[in-house]
Write a new protein. Structure first.
Length: 68
């Protein structure tokens, strides 16, 4: 039953329209949550600004990982 509901949801035209405008590299649970938190905490005023901030955070995290 859940799988059927999932298939109906992901094939919905409204969902597909929004997904097309969303960068694929951020289309995962972890990043979507981080984008939400950036906006909720007023660290970003728009989704575009949140994308840029999250991309910077990813870069900094990668640099820190390589330094260790």
């Amino acid at each position: 039953m859940q799988k059927k509901n999932y298939q109906v949801a992901v094939n919905d035209s409204a969902y597909l329209e929004v997904k097309l405008g969303f960068p694929e590299k951020f289309y995962n649970y972890h990043d979507i949550y981080r984008l939400y938190k950036l906006i909720e905490e007023y660290r970003a005023d728009s989704l575009k600004e949140a994308f840029n901030l999250l991309e910077s955070q990813h870069f900094q995290e990668n640099q820190q990982f390589y330094q260790e």
